[in-house]
Design a binder for this molecule. Structure first.
Ligand SMILES: [Zn+2]
Length: 291
């Protein structure tokens, strides 16, 4: 089916109290695992590619794969540029046919984040492309990396939490379709137990009608996901857990197998692993049977 608008998907999720999974896909195996999972769960899904992953798969090489697989799917799929940092990669993604982009201005001052996000929204909306922005800052880049000092890292996370008082101004001045917020989650692998600030999340939801987005979903418990969705999260980004699990599954299979293993065996194992993890995630987000 044709690509489905992320904005439309998230509005339905908001109305019916579930979350759409947004999964980073850096190659065809990942895309196949994600889309097969969504089809088996009868769930809408977002497939995305993050600017920080361009070093593994350039945008121009992955775009036709993501778009083609999305159009071939039997369930609604949106194709999103994740954590777009530069104006040129955002423009290129739209040119290549992505129907959603995230502009990550979370490291900028509030005024600059508003100005740059608004500029991108103006162009994107002319082209019918949905826009996600980030207010506050979810720490650590996609793909891992760890801060050395745990306490300093924690303090830093708290300082960067989204401030409810800034939300309505941000949304009004930029016109974004959904908003990534920081309330205690972190990208990559958690160094200590995540401390999610649900009171803050409830206040953020109170401050705006636009769907809220959670980044850094790898490693949260079932209850934490459920509570986050109940308090207003309509989109969950997920990558790290899926990437680790696939490697561990392959390691285990290699250790168990006595016969010759070919590259295509590993390829099929990885697709199976991605699929299993994504199916579980979609059920966790309650987006199964929502098509
Ligand atoms: Zn993220």
């Amino acid at each position: 089916m044709p690509l489905i608008s992320m904005k439309k998907m998230l509005k339905d999720a908001q109305k019916r109290n579930y979350a759409i999974g947004s999964f980073n896909a850096i190659n065809l195996d990942m895309v196949r695992g994600i889309i097969e999972a969504a089809e088996e769960e009868n769930s809408p899904v977002i497939i995305c590619h993050a600017e920080v992953h361009f070093q593994y798969t350039p945008l121009g090489k992955i775009a036709p794969i993501l778009i083609n697989e999305a159009q071939d799917a039997d369930v609604p799929v949106a194709v999103l540029l994740d954590h777009g940092k530069t104006f040129s990669s955002i423009m290129k993604a739209m040119q290549l046919g992505f129907n959603g982009i995230m502009f990550d201005g979370s490291r900028l001052s509030l005024a600059e984040n508003i100005e740059k996000t608004a500029e991108i929204v103006k162009i994107a909306h002319e082209l019918d492309v949905s826009v996600e922005a980030e207010l506050g800052h979810v720490s650590r880049p996609e793909g891992g990396g760890a801060e050395d000092d745990e306490d300093a890292a924690k303090e830093e996370h708290e300082r960067l939490h989204t401030k409810p008082g800034q939300v309505s101004e941000f949304v009004e001045k930029t016109g974004v379709d959904c908003l990534a917020v920081a309330f205690g989650t972190a990208h990559g692998i958690y160094l200590s137990e995540p401390q999610l600030d649900f009171d803050r999340l409830a206040q953020l939801k109170e401050a705006t009608d636009v769907p809220l987005v959670m980044h850094g979903g790898s490693g949260l418990s079932e209850e934490e996901f459920q509570k986050s969705i109940d308090k207003g999260i309509c989109k969950v980004n997920y990558y790290t857990g899926m990437a680790f699990k696939a490697t561990n599954d392959i390691k285990e299979k290699l250790n168990q197998t006595q016969e010759n293993v070919y590259y295509h065996d590993m390829m099929m194992w990885s697709i199976e692993s991605f699929k299993k993890d994504v199916r579980e995630s979609l059920r966790r987000f309650d987006s199964n049977d929502k098509v």
